[in-house]
Design a protein around this ligand. Structure first.
Ligand SMILES: Nc1ncnc2c1ncn2[C@@H]1O[C@H](COP(=O)(O)OP(=O)(O)OP(=O)(O)O)[C@@H](O)[C@H]1O
Length: 314
């Protein structure tokens, strides 16, 4: 079953299309990754799915129903973990979850028990009477999640839930995403951390300039670039290294120099046998070579190849 289908979804701010005829399908049971650089249109897309922002054009279907015509159905079946923390500092953790679960339509004793359950799920049961102003960043993020899941939505949307938190809380959140998925929720997970998306997501859409530029499993996305190889060469010092000379070598497409890690990364056409020539050039530049490794393509390489930009720097 398709849990979510976006059909030519468009959002314009004035003349600028932040989301531009974006189509994609999320199936039941998936952890679906939306991967894109800052400003690619991820949050705008999510805000439209969560009915927080009207679309300019196109359609959003949740389990076969158009959300614009089924507002209550959409509200009770979607849980949004927004990028900006949406919790009230002057309310206790329990009161926060109770309040949001009420907004999502829960009432009475069910509301109370589900609020407790969500706090337990996020490891905050001991803190239920505490105020979020005393929480660490990671605990606030967990409370933000508890508020979005108490009503047990079919579709949980997480907009960059691990931004700015410590590694331990990040691990906790990633594990929670997996558990929620195992318990039956379909998840949409947005991030510009390629490693997270690669680790968690069963299918991924790469978004750029408001459009889906590639969609598929990790393996399918990587197979787009099987005609490329990436070689990483570590040297003792990068001083004197001539990037333009490396770029003149047959087959070489891109050269990236990391002075801090003292490595040079060379992307090249896979079928051209040019490793000897690269090494020879580095030796001519006076480099002392420490290690050479041929890297498997990852989502970062896919992104770089499709958009011409690095996910981090753009
Ligand atoms: N209310 C608005 N008015 C005008 N432009 C907007 C508005 N909201 C978003 N934009 C623009 O739309 C584009 C997409 O923004 P969006 O926040 O959806 O990107 P994103 O992929 O979520 O990025 P980030 O990772 O930084 O959250 C950006 O260029 C942004 O400046």
């Amino acid at each position: 079953m398709n849990v979510l289908e976006l059909k030519e979804l468009t959002k314009k701010f004035g003349d600028f299309a932040a989301v531009d005829r974006l189509s994609l399908t999320v199936k039941e049971g998936e952890i679906f990754g939306l991967l894109g650089a800052n400003g690619a249109g991820k949050s705008t897309t999510i805000n439209m799915i969560a009915s927080l922002l009207p679309s300019t054009k196109g359609e959003i279907e949740l389990m076969g129903r158009i959300i614009a015509k089924n507002a209550k159905f959409a509200k009770t079946n979607i849980g949004l973990v927004p990028q900006e923390l949406a919790i009230y500092e002057e309310m206790t953790a329990y009161e926060n979850v109770h309040f949001f679960a009420g907004l999502y339509g829960l009432r009475g004793s069910l509301l109370k028990s589900r609020a407790e359950e969500a706090l337990a799920f996020t490891g905050l049961q001991d803190k239920k009477r505490s105020y979020p102003r005393d929480f660490s960043g990671g605990m606030k993020r967990r409370l933000n999640i508890a508020c979005a899941i108490a009503h047990r939505p079919k579709l949980i949307i997480m907009d960059e839930p691990t931004v700015g938190i410590d590694p331990q809380s990040r691990r906790y959140i990633l594990n929670s995403v997996r558990k929620l998925n195992e318990m039956g929720s379909t998840i949409i997970y947005t991030s510009h951390y390629m490693e997270e998306v690669e680790e968690l997501c069963t299918r991924i859409a790469i978004i750029d300039h408001g459009k889906t530029i590639a969609e598929g499993t990790k393996e399918q996305l990587k197979s787009i670039i099987t005609d490329r190889k990436t070689v990483g060469i570590s040297v003792r010092s990068t001083e004197g290294l001539q990037i333009d000379k490396l770029l003149e070598i047959a087959g070489v497409r891109e050269v990236e120099l990391d002075e801090e890690r003292r490595t040079v990364t060379i992307a090249s056409d896979a079928e051209v046998n040019n490793l000897n020539r690269m090494i020879q050039q580095l030796l001519e530049d006076g480099m002392e070579i420490r290690a050479v490794d041929e890297r498997q393509p990852n989502l970062e390489t896919v992104f770089l190849t499709l958009t011409g930009r690095s996910l981090r720097d753009s």
